[in-house]
Design a protein around this ligand. Sequence first.
Ligand code: PEP
Ligand code: MN
Length: 338
Amino acid sequence: MIIVFRPDATDKDIDAVVDQLKAIGMTPHLSRGVSRTICGAIGDERKLEEHPLDAFAGIERIIPILKPYKLASREFKKEDTIIDVGGVKIGGNTFTVMAGPCAVENQDQVFYLADYLVKQGIHIMRGGAFKPRSSPYAFQGLGVEGLKILAAARERTGLKIITEVLDVDDCDAVAEYADIMQIGARNMQNFSLLKRCGKYRKAVCLKRGMSATIQETLLAAEYILKEGNHDVMLCERGIKTFETYTRNTLDISAVPALKLESHLPVIVDPSHSAGMKELIPALSRASVAVGADGIIVEVHHQPEKALCDGHQALRPQDLEVVLREVKRVAAAMDRVVQ
Ligand code: PEP
Ligand code: MN
């Protein structure tokens, strides 16, 4: 990091900063110009988060050199992270399709869809047991009962399960029944939840907050990584913009941007991005083309009866179209769809 002193900074001000940098284990490199002095500080910049220089006199600006996120950054790890979810790899040259209903409604629904997904060669099933709903009167999910239904579907089919954890109090239960713990857009900056998910040795899918920047998303991932859980994937699920045609705006450029900045796998949720099933095939194809590591997509065999997000659910036959098209784009990208 570079510390730029004000033109009127005194020697005493500068010495105080230099002494503080040394005291926290950093190495200061002073350069005294005609009108002002700058100081390069080499070392672990995280120390400066614990001991900020804000209150020191004479400082005009502090310019970080390293990224604010460390463990999530490409600087920290050059190679792509590949997450192994019980033998199913996420990242690398595979493109992973995760599919299932928005919400777990009952065992028949989950078993019907699970059997169907297996026939389509899909390995990971989604389904919410704890649902974050805008209205407190809307279906809130079956809770632990829903987790048990998902686990029963895994027993029956061998599918891996991804499901959302809404609350710190539900982490143990979700970790017990799920293969991937999903942190939803609304909770992306729930720091207690992030830290808690970092304590498990269980893959986490962190969805981008609907108004979160790329940097905020990576800093949220950093909370999980810092606790020792390295199996984190990021999910672009659309952001709020002035556009109202779609439920959210899929920020397609976030995918290569996140992959440039970070080694973590990045998946796309075309369902919550678009909020309408008609756009899902195109957004899914775009996801492969832009370099995403997978998609998570909502599917329901009776969308008109769905208790949540029926309008954006693909019917099984629509999912087959998506799979067919995604495979064609993936082949051109040297990626294998699973
Ligand atoms: C979901 O995937 O079920 C969900 C609620 O998504 P998001 O957190 O992206 O809104
Ligand atoms: Mn949904």
